[in-house]
Design a protein around this ligand. Structure first.
Ligand code: SF4
Ligand code: SF4
Length: 382
């Protein structure tokens, strides 16, 4: 029997009720951002109803390969992750920092960063919640907190979705970052299509999420339904396309500075920086000043940068990392080793994007496997 939600026990929600819930989110003043199809990929964009979601689509992912395919059902969340992550909204690719106008003998500020609307992120996967947690540490803790990120983060409501069908490039379960959403969400959904119909298990993670259910009526899930959901998510954990062995990883990479595998990867890597652009944890930026041709208006912008660009490590006298070998080594060693010293975690959550979107299919899990498999070569090359 439907009841007014008054606790954090999970509910069974059908398609109509989910649409009502999304309408309630919008009525509460949130701009709803969710998955939608654009240019042959699933991206995050403004949506207002379940009809705008990628209904009946899935994604086929392998190293250097991404294709949308039709499913034989009308699943709303039957794909994994696309090229974009929530980083694009919390830590945008281009960000105005300051704008000023020349005055008689001086300069006046006419704009700083814009005010961000309250946003609800729909269908945030477990690996992405882990990535947001990492960026929270980078941007809001420590000596140099970023007020732009902090404001955007505060404004964000997280509606998570448990993964039930991982992609061929996923390896979150070996990193403990998925596929089940454990924390860090306001509301969480698990999509089920079975003999009882098309339904979702809805869990409440915070009071803010629970408040959105006011006025709606849902049926508590039965023990059997709850078991079925957990079995589906457990099965997803066993179906990961890849795995990353993290045992002794930091030392392994610190000891492998001169490993010949870096030459091998440099022969294939285009230094295109795709892997850093799609990565939900990479955070490096550069700052650019631009002026109008009249010289009246000046702006300062922050934009994403990458350790794969030659300019990124340019100091007086030239670039510190002039070879592709040194740039790939820097990226992977930072992600998997020095990140641990800096932020007390890996810089990787196993989303697989860098594998899928690398134009030549370079696979971070395979690079680690090769280095681990040939440690003697590393010592011999010193
Ligand atoms: S590893 Fe792949 S995606 Fe990354 S810079 Fe090299 S070629 Fe580009
Ligand atoms: S390094 Fe690759 S797999 Fe790991 S979080 Fe970044 S994009 Fe995802």
């Amino acid at each position: 029997m439907p009841v007014a939600p008054d606790s954090r026990s999970p509910y069974r929600v059908d398609l109509i009720q989910l649409d009502l819930l999304l309408a309630a989110v919008c009525r509460a003043g949130y701009q709803l951002i969710g998955p939608s199809i654009k240019d042959g990929a699933i991206v995050y964009d403004e949506v207002s109803s379940i009809e705008e979601l990628p209904v009946g689509w899935t994604d086929d992912q392998e190293a250097g390969r991404y294709r949308l395919q039709r499913r034989d059902d009308r699943a709303l969340f039957g794909y994994v992750v696309g090229p974009q992550s929530w980083k694009k909204l919390l830590h945008p690719p281009r960000q105005l920092l300051w704008k000023g106008r020349r005055t008689d003998g001086g300069l006046e500020t006419i704009a700083r960063e814009e005010v961000t609307p309250r946003r609800a992120f729909l269908a945030v996967r477990a690996c992405e919640i882990a990535a947001i947690g990492i960026q929270d540490r980078v941007f809001t803790q420590g000596q140099h907190a970023d007020p732009i990120y902090a404001h955007r983060r505060e404004q964000a409501l997280v509606i998570a979705v448990n993964c039930t069908e991982p992609a061929g490039t996923c390896f979150c379960s070996s990193l403990g970052t998925g596929p089940e959403v454990i924390s860090g969400f306001d509301l969480a959904l698990t999509e089920m299509i079975d003999e009882s119909g098309h339904w979702f298990m809805l869990e409440v993670g915070t009071d803010r999420g629970g408040a959105l259910l006011e006025g709606l009526e849902f049926t508590p899930v039965t023990d059997t339904e709850r078991r079925a959901v957990h079995q589906r998510v457990d099965a997803a954990a066993r179906q990961m396309g890849r795995a990353l062995n993290t045992k002794g990883l930091k030392k392994l990479l610190y000891d492998s500075y001169d490993h010949p595998r870096w030459d091998d990867v440099a022969d294939r890597c285009l230094a295109c920086s795709n892997c850093t652009m799609v990565c939900p944890t990479c955070f490096c930026t550069t700052v650019e000043d631009v002026t109008e041709l009249s010289g009246e208006i000046a702006e300062r912008w922050r934009r994403w940068d990458s350790c794969f660009t030659l300019d990124f490590s340019h100091l007086s006298g030239g670039s510190v990392r002039h070879s592709t070998r040194s740039r790939y080594r820097q990226w992977m060693t930072h992600k998997l080793a020095t990140w641990q010293d800096q932020f007390d975690s890996l810089g990787c959550v196993g989303c697989g994007r860098c594998i899928t979107w690398c134009p030549v299919g370079i696979d971070i899990t395979e690079e680690v496997r090769q280095i681990r498999a040939h440690p003697v070569a590393a010592r011999a090359s010193r």
